[in-house]
Write a protein of this length. Structure first.
Length: 337
């Protein structure tokens, strides 16, 4: 009886265990089945989304390719246009080079002509040392209407307007001092002297606007001060001439201005002539209140590598200015003392 009960208990337990296991397996299988049923839907939706994205990207790619073709056509057209412009620029540069060559040639010919004219003028108007020697000291003491080397020496007052620029001071200063002394020699006695540079700056500040008394000692002092007188200059005698006329012109005095220089860097010769015409009035007899003489130093013609145009312009200006104001222009041939 006991053994039978024992078997029944064991069999009941075994069946219950198997039932549990089967139920668990069944639940798992059911879950797997349910999961497999949902997967195709998700995959299908993902495939549809992917197909839509691919189609969109293909559409964008076609659009980009179309824009690229348009840009390539524009680029080709621009390159062709650039090539045409470069060809046109090259042709214009060739034309410009030809014009510049013609201009340079004509300008060179003009400068050569001016230089030749200036040198001929200087050669013709040179007051040589031999001429001065032949005239002699006694001749310089003749009547006031006499000429020395073509220069009237009838003035009672003389003003020196000296170019103190670097070209004059560095290359011609000993000759400047010598020529100034020679000019003083042809005026043994005057009533007054004045010295200023081409900018209108006075040599002696105590005599600004006043005449320097003419004495042998004062003449020596002037020549001594000239040795080292190196003040600023713009290489144009215009300012000094105008300052001298405005300060000292007097219808009751016989006055002469002596301009010593080598260059004219101003803008217009005609403007200078007109300005001096206005301020240097004429007397009843038609004579100017102030005579203007000039001595041209050929510094620009003697220094290599320097344009000679300003020297030619100085000679031209001074020749015209002296002629219109009762004076004489003397062009020197050399800067050697």
């Amino acid at each position: 009886m006991r053994r039978r009960r024992g078997r029944e208990g064991a069999d009941g337990f075994s069946l219950s265990f198997l039932d549990c296991i089967c139920c668990g397996f069944g639940a798992i299988i059911l879950l797997l089945v349910l999961t497999k049923i949902g997967e195709p839907r998700v995959l299908e939706q993902a495939r549809l989304d992917l197909d839509g994205l691919v189609a969109k990207l293909e559409e964008e790619l076609h659009q980009i390719r179309g824009e690229t073709e348009v840009l390539n056509r524009d680029l080709t057209a621009r390159r062709q246009q650039l090539s045409e412009e470069q060809t046109r620029i090259a042709r214009l540069q060739g034309d410009l080079s030809g014009i510049e060559g013609q201009f340079a040639a004509s300008r060179q010919m003009s400068e050569v002509s001016d230089i030749i004219a200036g040198r001929l003028l200087a050669a013709r108007q040179e007051m040589s040392e031999e001429m001065q020697r032949l005239l002699g000291a006694s001749h310089r003491r003749q009547a006031s209407d006499d000429l020395v080397g073509g220069i009237p020496v009838d003035s009672e007052y003389i003003i020196f307007v000296i170019d103190t620029s670097g070209s004059m001071f560095n290359y011609a200063w000993p000759l400047v001092t010598r020529k100034m002394a020679q000019v003083l020699d042809i005026y043994p006695r005057v009533k007054g002297i004045q010295v200023m540079n081409d900018m209108g700056q006075y040599m002696f500040s105590q005599y600004v606007g006043k005449w320097i008394p003419d004495t042998p000692g004062r003449r020596k002092a002037i020549l001594a001060a000239l040795q080292s007188w190196n003040v600023f200059s713009n290489s144009s005698p215009v300012e000094g001439i105008q300052q001298a006329i405005r300060a000292f012109a007097d219808p009751d005095k016989k006055i002469s201005i002596y301009v010593l220089g080598d260059e004219f860097t101003g803008r217009s010769i005609d403007d200078v002539l007109d300005a001096v015409e206005r301020i240097n009035q004429r007397d009843a007899a038609g004579n100017r209140h102030v005579r203007i003489h000039a001595i041209g130093f050929p510094v620009i013609f003697s220094v290599s590598g320097v344009s000679e145009s300003t020297g030619v312009r100085f000679a031209t200006l001074m020749r015209l200015l002296c002629r219109e104001n009762g004076g004489t222009f003397v062009g020197l041939e050399s800067i050697r003392p």
